[in-house]
Each structure stands twice: as C-alpha cells, then as structure tokens.
Design a binder for this molecule. Sequence first.
Ligand code: LLP
Length: 395
Amino acid sequence: MSMTQSYNQKSLRPEFQAALQEALHHFETPFYAYDLQTLRSRLTQMQQAFPSAEIFYAMKANPRLGILRRLLEWDVFLEAVSLGEVHRAYRAGFKKTEVLLNGPVKTPAILQELAEIGVPILGLDSLADTQRVSQLLPGSRVLLRVNPDLPIATHDHLATGRGESKFGIMPDDVEKVLAAARRGNLEVLGLHVHLGSALSHLEDYHAGYAVMEQLYRQHGPFQVLNLGGGFGLDLDPASLAPSAIALAERLGAELWLEPGRYLVAEAGVLVSKIWGTKHTRRNFMLLDAGMMTLLRPMLYAAEHPVIPLYKGKKMQVWDLAGPVCESGDILARDVQLPTPKEGDALAILQAGAYGSSMSSNYLDYPRPLEILWNGLEWEVLRRKQSWEALFADEI
Ligand code: LLP
C-alpha cells in the first residue's frame, strides 16, 4: 500500500455504474453488487483462450447460487473444497460428474456423507487421503495433486506450489501414492497441480508445466491433465494458453482448469457509504463496510481500486476505515478521492472474488445484501442476514 491511488485509474462499465447509482436509492449499504455481463465476458475470454479445456470454476471465489446457476447454463463445472461446497453445488443443479472436490483433509464423516449425497470426482492430496478414500469410497474417480516444489512468486498465504506448503504430493512420492490408489481400486484420471493464487508470472506456470510433463512421461499416460487456477487479474489467459494446450496435446490428455478469481473478481464491487471523516495524523473516511465485509486488505494487504459514487471538488488523500474496533480494519490506504458529504457512497472494485465468501459475522455484523445486475434489473442473490438467522443456531 505505497503509491497514492488515483480514483480514476480504474472504471466500471458505464451501464453498471449507472445501475449502481440507482441501487443506492433502493438498498441499504454495505452491499455486494455484481455485473452479469462482466462475468459473462470474463468467462468468454477464458473459453476463447482455452477452447479445448474443461473449466471447473473454483466456487470458493464466489459461491452464490445465483452465480453458480448461471455458470451451469454456460457449461462450466465446479471445483469445491469442502462438504458444504459440494452440498451447494448439488443444490445449484450440478451433477456429481460435474463437481471436483479438492482439499487436504477429508474426514471419514465427510466421505460417508458423500456416499449418501453422491460422490464427486475427488482430488487426493496425500497418501493418507488416498488410503482413506480407497477404504471408504472404493471405485471413486480421482486425481492426485502434485506439489511441484517451485519458488512460486505470490503472497505467502497464496503460494500452494512451494515445497514448504501443505498441499500436494511431492514429485518423488507420486509413484508410491499412485500404486496405493490403484491397489485401492480407485480410478485415477490424472494428476493435478495448482501453483497458487493471484499469479502474474508466466514463468511460474511454465515451470509447473515442466514438472507435470516429466511426471506424465514417468507415470502416464493419463486421461486428464488438471493445471489448476491461480490466474492473476492482469494475466492474459491467451498468453498462457498455447503452452498449456500444447502440453495437453503432447500428453494425449484432456485439459482441465480451475479458475476462480479471474472469472468473478472484476464482476463484483462492494458498495459502502461514508458516514463522516476524521483527521488523526491521517485522513480517514468512516465507512459502514469493514474487515467483516471484505477481509482481503487486512489479511493479504490486498489493494482494491476505489471509485466514488459522488461528486465533489476538493481532492485529498484518504484511508478508508471500517467500523470494527481494530486498527487494522482499513479497506484501502492513500486513495485520492473528492471530499465527501455524509451519506455519499463509494465502490470498492475487484471485490467479486473472495469478498463475500470470506466475509464473517465478527462483532455480530450481519452478512450483507448481494445483488446482481442482469442488464434489465437488480436480482437479489442473497438478502441481508436477519437478526433471527444470525442467532438461530444458539440455544
Ligand atoms: N484450485 C485450487 C485447488 C485452489 O486451491 C484454488 C484457490 C483455486 C483453484 C482457484 O484459485 P484462483 O484462480 O481463484 O486464484 N482467499 C484468497 C485466495 C485463496 C485461493 C485459494 N485457492 C484471496 O482472497 O486472494
């Protein structure tokens, strides 16, 4: 958070911005608002870059049923990482053959419940995972996740392909786990690698692909090559596609991808109102959204562009403070914005991914409203959480 951010560096689709202005008359802030057309065009970019790939949207990025149902209509499958996400995927209408469940820990209770609701394709993350699945869900279709042991360049919390991370099977152990899977009557579709998230260096992908190529030559052939997600917002999928597609062709495997952020981040904004300003040694705007609504700035020092939904003359540099009693509850720093009046609103951009899905009820703030602009009207995807819902599970 170093450089002063000028608010006009990023913009929204004008029709969507006009719809947002109008939404302010009807809906209480804070709320998440999504633009269907942007979602559609991000998906189209991905599908055009990778025409031969099967896309498993990483639903952790944004799991609203209203979004999942659209993606189902558009022939996208889902990548899930918890039992709850599998339930949600089925509720949205996906079949078990259209859902891939990854994740490093699958307890016996989870596997038993999967047997009842329908076993999706399983991504196995360790020998223990493989042994348990072959014991409790023999016959499952699985992929083995590899840890490529590479120095992936991204935030420490987001690098999964480093040898130090908890994910995947080290290349030297693949043979042993593969043998266990086959002995255990699992149908091994192929290997999987997910290098990390918010990646912007093509070299990291190329290094990951090289590891996969070597493993396929050593242990293959396999039906599927799953190269994961992680595409940073500024990474053009078309620049990566030729090498990924060529690799899958050389290996005679179907290419699977798991993008999350790339599809939904730009399609969503967090809208918040400013309820005052104050001046300590810094200039603060006081917002009704905070770390409970959008955790990424606090957790990863993530920088989200901000645009005002009001007009004002005097420009100043501001920090955007949330209402939470923690000094770290700052949604953006050093943003250049016009001086607001009480009740003016602003939009925090690139909030469609890992915004709502990581929001919390900290301090008993209800989950915010989420709405989707479909080109004609606002659809409510999730209403603001009620007090009853907030307290319902406590006896
Ligand atoms: N596949 C696997 C196995 C993953 O673990 C993830 C993300 C994805 C695909 C999708 O990655 P994407 O294309 O969205 O980068 N909460 C963090 C992001 C955590 C990502 C975790 N895994 C954030 O707010 O930036």
